[in-house]
Design a protein around this ligand. Structure first.
Ligand code: ADP
Ligand code: ZN
Length: 530
């Protein structure tokens, strides 16, 4: 009969064993599968590696008809379909990259009820004919993967997702399941509203990944710090290193190889065969380190990744958590290591300013960056910060992050912060010009670079009042003030300006407390208490 696949009506646990080879469900999987098999809707928030796919694949097999999976990751569809086919599942994908003939064949198979699972990119739904096609077959369920893409305030908004709300009206009797690994309470609410999942059951797994040790270090020389980290703690381990640009990916991979580490590069600009080769080596061989842009990792399932390192600041906590979540899926001790410095803050603020987004987009990107910075500059347990960011309760201290293991000493930086802020204000007011961090630091240190003397900055009253500090120490302070929002970096040149929040500090009504190590380690043996 059309729609009558070999597993229709079977017990989900039997399908789990027979098709996927697993003995038991994990976490909420069983309850989620039951909810969909029984015809209800579900919203599933589960961290990366939690096992979301099973939650819709099994109901797709057990219910009559085809499970339609909406996924934005066209590049991954092929792999997902191939993996399902290997397990004997009748799976296919429809996307614009396919030939007309292939598309026709998939459409025929769907109409004839010969498909258990059909992957579609959300934008296909607005292509002419797709809705008519879907109406000509029988739909077991709709699965909306990466459901956070519906959130305008999230880090990965995709306008096509907004159309998915219409599925509820057109197919009111077809169960729908929305899944994501990156939901804050706000995004959770948006998913529920915009996808019309008012009657859904909600399954929120714990976002804690207790086996991952979070560490954030101050960036001096990212490449040599990374090499020391890998050689010292992860020699021979598989790992992923994330960098922001293609160039940095290639340079870093080369530097790791020079240091005797088995590293491969991966980014979207490489020829397909090189990317496939890098991915295959990473998956099949032991101890390969992939240096990649964020293009790498989605849908890649390697259980024994021992570390994820970031040598550039991620753009959001959601992104950071998703990327670090690729470490330690096997539950064994693993590390998430991040190096960040002043340059990251300035560069990302500039990228946001010069980007092509509108004011709302820029404000949103700034909000995400600021949250990331509060994690980095913060003195709270990293895990607690992360878990609470995702709206869940967490103990005061986890015992397995850099803050818990080596509590940062706090240091009262009010006086140098006042020096820095008033230098910024004076150069603006008295010289009627604006300057980037480097010039302010020259003024504070009384160093007469050409531009400084040319602009007669050496006549300012703050000239040379910060001699005792090294450039690195001042940069550490600038970074902190930017991170906590006392300073802003504006425009293409990263011009510094104080915010309103700086006023109470200048008046002496508020203190600036920062991590001692930032100013202590940055110096060249000099006292940090200048
Ligand atoms: P997510 O999409 O949530 O990141 P996946 O669906 O890719 O996670 O699953 C992560 C890994 O866990 C995969 O290797 C998957 O096969 C495995 N897995 C999922 N469910 C189970 C289970 N019940 N028992 C054992 N392994 C499972
Ligand atoms: Zn901790």
């Amino acid at each position: 009969a059309p729609g009558g696949g070999p597993h229709v009506g079977q017990d989900p646990l039997a399908v789990l064993a027979e098709v996927f080879g697993y003995a038991s469900f994990r976490g909420d999987q069983e309850a989620i599968v039951r909810q969909i098999v029984d015809g209800g809707d579900a919203v599933v928030l589960m961290p990366t590696g939690g096992g979301k796919s099973i939650c819709y694949q099994i109901p797709a097999l057990v219910r009559e008809g085809t499970g339609v999976v909406l996924s934005p990751l066209v590049a991954l569809m092929h792999d997902q379909v191939a993996a399902l086919q290997l397990a004997g599942v009748r799976a296919a994908a429809l996307n614009s990259a396919m030939s007309i003939e292939d598309r026709r064949e998939v459409e025929r198979a769907y109409r004839a009820g010969e498909l258990d699972v059909l992957y579609l990119a959300p934008e296909r739904l607005s292509a002419p004919g797709t809705v008519q096609l879907l109406e000509q077959g029988r739909i077991a369920l709709f699965a909306i993967d990466e459901a956070h893409c519906v959130s305008q305030w999230g880090h990965d908004f995709r306008p096509d997702y907004l159309r998915l709300g219409a599925l509820a009206e057109r197919w009111p009797d077809v169960p729908r399941i929305a899944l994501t690994a990156t939901a804050t309470p706000e995004t959770h609410r948006e998913i529920t509203e915009r996808l019309h999942l008012e009657n859904a059951r909600h399954f929120v797994s714990s976002f804690d990944r207790p086996n991952i040790r979070y560490r954030i270090v101050s960036k001096q020389n990212a490449r040599s710090q990374l090499i020391a980290f890998i050689q010292g703690e992860h020699s021979g381990d598989a790992g992923i290193v994330y960098a922001l640009s293609r160039k940095r990916v290639e340079q870093t991979a080369a530097a790791l190889r020079d240091a005797g580490i088995d590293a491969v590069a991966y980014h979207a600009g490489l020829p397909a065969h090189e990317r496939l080769d890098a991915q295959t080596r990473f998956l099949r061989e032991d101890g390969v380190v992939v240096v990649a842009t964020i293009a790498f990792g989605m849908g890649i399932d390697k259980p024994d990744v021992r570390f994820v390192a970031h040598i550039d600041l991620p753009k959001s906590i959601e992104g950071y958590y998703q990327e670090t979540g690729r470490a330690g899926r096997d539950g064994l001790p693993s590390q998430a290591w991040l190096a960040y410095g002043l340059q990251d803050v300035v560069q990302q603020r500039q990228m946001i300013e010069s980007g092509d987004g509108d004011a709302a987009t820029r404000a949103n990107q700034t909000r995400h960056l600021n949250q990331m910075l509060s994690l980095c500059e913060g003195v709270e347990c990293r895990r607690r910060f992360l878990i609470r960011y995702f709206g869940q309760d967490a103990p005061e201290a986890c015992g397995n992050c850099d803050v818990c293991l080596d509590p940062p000493k706090l240091w009262d930086a009010t006086t140098p912060a006042q020096m820095l802020l008033s230098t910024v204000i004076r150069t603006q007011r008295e010289r009627n010009r604006t300057y980037a961090a480097g010039q302010h630091i020259d003024v504070l240190r009384g160093v007469g670079s050409e531009r400084v003397t040319q602009m007669r900055l050496d006549e300012l009253s703050t000239w040379g009042i910060g001699k005792e500090w090294s450039v690195a120490q001042w940069r550490g302070l600038v970074r902190h003030l930017l991170a906590v929002g006392l300073l802003e970096a504006r425009g293409e040149w990263g011009v510094l300006a104080p915010t309103d929040a700086a006023k109470p500090v200048l008046r002496g009504d508020e203190q600036v407390m920062m991590r001692e190590e930032v100013v202590a380690k940055a110096g060249s043996g000099r006292s940090a208490r200048g």
